[in-house]
Design a protein. Structure first.
Length: 139
């Protein structure tokens, strides 16, 4: 079992659960986690849009979690393991780096959101990268 990929899968699962909590708890959680005032207002108005967007993120993060758990050896082997994990790792790292360039052009998000979310994505990406490097030959 690869501990780094186990941690990576757990981190993605926690992120998915937090996104589910935003759907459940609504506008205050969207605001707290920096989703932007527009998402919070839409949630307050009962719009389906925040739920659909956030549900899509939950689905993606859940699949990413499953791939990390699969590569760690704790669940069944999923198809296209190397490609999927390489892309997941790349996306986390790219999102982490890109966010630092968006701090001064917030696009509806606070600079704090970009700083924290970028740091988190970089951390997730590095955990994935270490685990992927260790496990590559066995995938």
């Amino acid at each position: 079992m690869n501990i780094f990929l186990l941690i990576a899968g757990t981190l993605s699962a926690i992120a998915a659960i937090l996104h589910l909590a935003c759907i459940y708890f609504g506008a205050p959680w969207y605001r707290f986690f920096g989703a932007g005032e527009q998402m919070a207002v839409l949630a307050e108005q009962g719009s389906i849009q925040p739920t659909m967007i956030t549900s899509s993120i939950v689905l993606v993060l859940s699949v990413w979690s499953l791939y990390a758990f699969s590569a760690a050896g704790v669940i069944f082997k999923l198809p296209l393991m190397r490609l999927a994990l390489a892309l997941i790792t790349l996306i986390y790292l790219a999102r982490g780096v890109a966010g630092f360039f968006l701090i001064n052009t917030p696009l509806g998000r606070s600079p704090e959101f970009w700083l924290w979310s970028s740091a988190i994505c970089l951390f997730f990406g590095m955990i994935h990268l270490i685990g992927l490097k260790q496990q590559w030959a066995r995938l």
